[in-house]
Design a protein around this ligand. Structure first.
Ligand code: RUQ
Ligand code: CUA
Length: 675
């Protein structure tokens, strides 16, 4: 017998949950069959599930939470969104499903990741890492501090092709191809020693933007006393990297805009009405450089003296024209629109913003620029129409010491909303609400934008707040920085998790909290410990936008995503010796390497081209040589080349590192290095 609504509620936790779920299902049924669906959900389940709920001490709300986030075994498409999360100083990117918050993958980016063969001798990965590590002082950089992932866009929507992410520590940027979720390129961006601003992509992926964090000493050979000459010796750089048809950076079409050394912070791309412009915050327009042992203020004090810092308003379309006209200077191989030119030609303007701001985020319609200042409890909302008018009317309060025009605060600001302590970043939903993270208060504030979303006293109003645990940095709403946000969920990226998880030693995980946006009030659905880095920012993309490959067409080199010239078919295995170089074309399949005996002389250079000839999804093999620091992942169809000097004599049992078949343990061979 189907139960009535009243009976369901009387049934307690599970009944309530069934009602909630039934409500969701029922809404999609013709004729509002909410109650019927609910009671069907509950019938027969209630007793058994109620016992479990009681035993696990789950409240009706908890059961509802569980039901809202649970993905049943075998349901491949239970997660509607993917998070691409920065891995912080792990240097990697994490792929996580929403709403389950299950970890789906760690993508090796700036840090070697052995299970993917990333950085351990395979041709398709370690040169990627090496190419981005040209620092002569430290040799190869083996880590990065990933901060801000950004997806490629078409007309302001994510198109599911590429993901870009910066290395905050070393001023580098990486490109991940979403066909195989692998890093294809790492670029050591000229003139950037550390990077923060961005990463964002312009609305049709014309450019990927990345800018300096700490300003760069322009002449690195003149470090002596440079901090005393800070305003003259240092500069910031806003970088526009053009991408080619394969999503890779094309330096020939890329350029930079030189900036004052104000410590540029987060930034965002204009969209729709503000397309063609970008916006960067800064937080140290005082240009404090520290010296607290010498009696000068520490950077934190010196940088917070002024009442205002500056949002940088950059006309990149204008900059492109100047680049085409040759009005640039080449610095370290990069064409740079100098600060002088940028100020004189209308490429760069400054808008005052409350001191020490952090995030700037552009609303989905492109009409509002939302700035949040760590030391100010407001979000400040700039109207793009006001900014444009002020620029056209040359309504400036003056110029900074570099000649950059400064807009008047009152001419460009639409309004402010008092949201709470320590606002940092803002994301948006499809209904005209902004969601701002409050670091100091450990909360998320929901507030309304102005017209055309909300009018009169409904506009620019705080409407809801939810506590998060604890110290939230970034937050992400589903596709919440595109022209078409998807609503539904928000993820809070909390830096501290003190009392949320079992103690696993003194270094604690971060806490990702899933927040339900569908109700009147925001509601925390789940906590997920992230125990492998300090994620900074996350981008959330609808899962169905990504068309990832199941297997490579046999013979593919992931580095090029094309047929590798050294791919072989079964039966075409061979070994060639030229002088002291031994070149091998080997096949890899369940459950052997061919050849499985390889005899070389100590000191020989060994080049092995390995083709995984499998076409079955998941039929991955590994290739590891003990003592030689070599481990490759050979996904089905993949070709990888390892290239090493046989420097140690002896017998080395190379083997497959993936448990690929019943005879996986037998999938081994011998590298014999004779002396
Ligand atoms: S930042 S917690 Cu490096 Cu993205 Cu604001
Ligand atoms: Cu191939 Cu194990």
């Amino acid at each position: 017998m189907p139960l009535t609504r009243r009976e369901l509620i009387q049934n307690g936790a599970v009944g309530a949950a069934a009602l909630a779920v039934g409500g969701v299902i029922g809404k999609n049924l013709p004729g509002g069959k909410e109650e019927e669906a609910a009671s069907q959900g509950a019938t027969g389940l209630a007793g058994q599930a109620q016992k479990v709920a009681d035993a696990r001490k789950l409240s009706p709300d908890d059961v509802t939470r569980a039901v809202k986030t649970f993905v049943a075994p075998g349901n491949q498409h239970g997660d509607e969104f993917f998070l691409f999360s920065s891995g912080g100083h792990s240097g990697q990117v994490f792929v996580i499903g929403v709403p389950s918050l299950r970890l789906l993958k760690i993508i090796g980016v700036f840090t070697p990741e052995p299970w993917q063969g990333h950085g351990y001798g395979s041709d398709s990965s370690s040169p990627v890492i090496k190419a981005g590590t040209s620092n002569p002082a430290s040799g190869m950089l083996t880590w990065g501090d990933t901060h801000h992932p950004a997806f490629s866009e078409t007309k302001g929507e994510y198109d599911g092709r590429y993901c870009y992410i910066n290395d905050r520590a070393n001023g580098r940027i990486a490109m991940i191809d979403l066909r195989d979720f692998k890093t294809k390129q790492i670029l050591d961006v000229p003139n950037l020693q550390s990077s923060h601003g961005g990463v964002f992509v312009t609305q049709d992926t014309e450019y990927v933007h990345i800018s300096t964090k700490t300003p760069t000493l322009v002449d690195m050979s003149k470090a002596d006393g440079a901090l005393d000459r800070f305003p003259d010796a240092f500069r910031g750089y806003s970088t526009f990297l053009a991408v080619d048809k394969k999503g890779r950076f094309d330096m020939a079409r890329s350029f930079q805009v030189e900036l004052p050394p104000y410590t540029q912070d987060l930034s965002d791309s204009g969209k729709l009405v503000s397309h063609g412009w970008v916006f960067l915050n800064s937080y140290n327009s005082e240009m404090a450089a520290g010296g607290n042992m010498e009696g000068k203020p520490a950077i934190e004090t010196g940088a917070s003296k002024g009442d205002y810092d500056f949002m940088h308003v950059i006309n990149w379309k204008k900059a492109v024209e100047l680049v085409a006209a040759g009005k640039t200077m080449t610095i370290n191989g990069m064409r740079v629109v100098t600060l002088e030119t940028a100020a004189a030609e209308g490429v760069l303007y400054l808008a005052p913003e409350p001191r020490s701001p952090h995030g700037v985020d552009v609303s989905p319609n492109g009409a509002y620029l939302v700035v949040a200042g760590k030391l100010d409890p407001h979000v400040t909302v700039y109207g793009w129409d006001k900014v444009q008018k002020a620029i056209a009317a040359k309504d400036f309060s003056g110029k900074d010491r570099y000649g950059v025009p400064i807009l008047k605060f009152d001419s460009v600001v639409s309004g402010q909303v008092e949201v709470g302590g320590g606002p940092l970043h803002t994301q948006f939903d499809e209904n005209g609400y902004g969601y701002t993270s409050l670091f100091v208060e450990s909360a998320v504030a929901k507030w309304s934008l102005g017209e055309p979303y909300f009018k009169g006293d409904k506009a620019l109003k705080l409407v809801d707040k939810v506590s998060v645990q604890y110290n939230i940095g970034h937050l992400v709403a589903m596709e919440g920085d595109t022209v078409k946000p998807q609503g539904k969920y928000l993820v809070a990226l909390n830096k501290w998790s003190i009392d949320r998880f079992p103690t696993v030693g003194t270094l604690k995980p971060q806490n990702f909290q899933l927040v339900d946006l569908t109700g009147e009030k925001m509601n925390i659905l789940s906590d997920t410990p992230i125990g492998m880095g300090e994620p900074h920012y996350v981008q959330a993309i609808r899962a169905d936008r990504i068309k990832a490959w199941e297997v490579y067409p046999v013979g593919t080199n992931p580095l090029t995503m094309e047929k590798d010239p050294n791919a072989i078919e079964l039966g075409k295995e061979r070994v060639e010796r030229k002088g002291t170089t031994v070149e091998v074309w080997a096949s890899v399949k369940r459950s052997n390497f061919k050849p499985d005996n390889l005899v070389v002389k100590k000191g020989d250079r060994v080049i092995m081209h390995l083709t995984n000839t499998e076409t079955t999804p998941d039929a991955t093999h590994g290739f590891a040589i003990p003592r030689y620091n070599i481990n490759c992942s050979l996904d089905p169809g993949e070709v990888t080349t390892v290239d090493f000097i046989a420097s140690e004599a002896g017998a080395f049992a190379f083997y497959c590192t993936e448990f690929c078949s019943a005879l996986h343990l037998e999938m081994q061979g011998w590298l014999m290095v004779t002396s």
